[in-house]
Design a binder for this molecule. Structure first.
Ligand code: NAD
Ligand code: MG
Length: 394
């Protein structure tokens, strides 16, 4: 068997580490060509020792010489590169078959687009890339015949619950709508009054999933589900009305597809990202992900609730920008990244995250998201507006 050659963007993060865990279980199937990390150089160094990539990419040029020297001292010829251009280069190397897009936030858009334009198989964890530039991104996927496989557990579950020949046509295959499940995060039942004072540590303590800090806060505000609604719109070509959210605190059902005949298909499993990662890595075959089989009697109960749009205004904002279209989702994503970073640095209270996003959306003129420069300009403008709004509060 020829091995699949991989680039892992964001190797040092939560998804990156889980990806390398699955890869290490199947040395006969996968070969790592490039690993990228931003600032966690120690983790990247250890990963290089284990996976022996041809390239390693760091965020800051000042780390290149030191890492290169340590790799040489350990007998590795790995070439160390730095910066955004290097991310795009390793995402589009001719010898690479598949690219795991697991950088967090807007920083992932351009390297992921580079992989799309090189016609790779894209394993998409970086939902912000689709939220920022959905129409453009999907056009490029079609133009370059890239293969797009969702890693987000909900979208991976929907993908698995749709027919193989779905091809973005819900009516043809009898899809009525999809149901994205949401755990409700750590604050699903916290008294509203208490939410005023929650700390970054409390917001990052997710009941079911262990994840990076930004997505953990997004789960606590439910902006994560909002971003996922927008992600689903592009991945599956659905209208906002065809995308519903249901609270399911156990995170065992990862999402569902409702068909016109009344059938509902779903994917279930333990909440472990190695399942969707292994699914996308090996698709259309199945490989061991190292995940324990589901023990339903031990779980005993699966519960469901409707989402509370008042407790979680970020979810309502996501539907609002999806209906508005154009650059509105780009603005929402950028303002959210700025507000979440401020919350994590204890410069903004938890409940103000949604206020900053709503106020940023109010300030910026809506326009069509025509091309990449327009999208990047809207992202930059939204960041500066959100920063200013946060400053003004202080
Ligand atoms: P993380 O914070 O653990 O890791 C982020 C990775 O991106 C790190 O490797 C970091 O070095 C890199 N990175 C950060 N900023 C960068 C920059 N400016 N330039 C280059 N690289 C940069 O995040 P995560 O939890 O692994 O999430 C990664 C992506 O996957 C996010 O888009 C998230 O929404 C999505 N996702 C994560 C999970 C999960 O369980 N963790 C589930 C579904 C989707
Ligand atoms: Mg998800």
């Amino acid at each position: 068997m020829t091995r699949q050659k991989l680039t892992i963007l964001g190797a040092t993060g939560s998804i990156g580490v889980s990806t390398l865990d699955v890869v290490a279980r199947h040395p006969d199937r996968y070969e790592v060509i490039a690993l990228t990390g931003n600032s966690r150089i120690e983790v990247l160094f250890t990963q290089c020792l284990q996976h022996r990539p041809r390239f390693a990419v760091v965020g800051d040029g000042k780390d290149v010489a030191g890492l290169t020297e340590r790799l040489r001292a350990n007998g590795l010829a790995t070439e160390v590169l730095a910066g955004p251009a290097a991310l795009e280069r390793v995402a589009s190397l001719p010898e690479v078959d598949a690219v795991m897009a697991a950088i967090v936030g807007a920083a992932g858009l351009q390297p992921t687009l580079a992989a799309v334009r090189a016609g790779k198989r894209i394993l998409l964890a970086n939902k912000e890339a689709l939220v920022m530039g959905g129409a453009l991104f999907m056009d490029e996927v079609r133009r370059h015949r890239a293969v797009l496989l969702p890693i987000d557990s909900e979208h991976n579950a929907v993908f698995q619950s749709l027919p193989a020949d779905y091809a973005g046509d819900p009516a043809r295959v009898g899809v009525r709508h999809i149901l994205l499940t949401a755990s409700g995060g750590p604050f699903r039942t916290t008294p509203l009054e208490r939410l005023r004072q929650v700390t970054p540590a409390e917001a990052c303590a997710h009941p079911n999933w262990s994840m990076g800090r930004k997505i953990s806060v997004d789960s606590a505000t439910m902006m994560n589900k909002g971003l996922e609604v927008i992600e689903a719109r592009w991945l599956f070509n659905l209208t906002p009305e065809q995308i519903q959210v249901v609270i399911h605190p156990q995170s065992v059902i990862h999402s569902l597809v409702q068909y016109v005949d009344g059938s509902v298909l779903a994917e279930l499993g333990n909440p472990d990202m190695r399942t969707p990662i292994a699914h996308a890595l090996a698709w259309p075959v199945r490989i061991d992900a190292g995940v324990a089989p589901l023990d339903l009697p031990a779980i005993a109960q699966l519960n469901f609730e409707r989402p509370d749009f008042e407790r979680f205004p970020c979810l309502a904002l996501a539907y609002r920008v999806l209906r508005a279209g154009g650059i509105a989702p780009t603005v929402l994503n950028a303002a959210n990244e700025v507000a979440v970073a401020a919350f994590l640095e204890e410069r903004l209270p938890f409940l103000a995250i949604a206020d900053i996003i709503a106020a940023t959306l109010d300030v910026i003129e809506p326009s069509a998201a025509i091309d990449l420069p327009t999208i990047l300009a809207a992202d930059a403008q939204a960041r500066s507006v959100a920063h200013e709004l946060i400053e003004r509060r202080a």
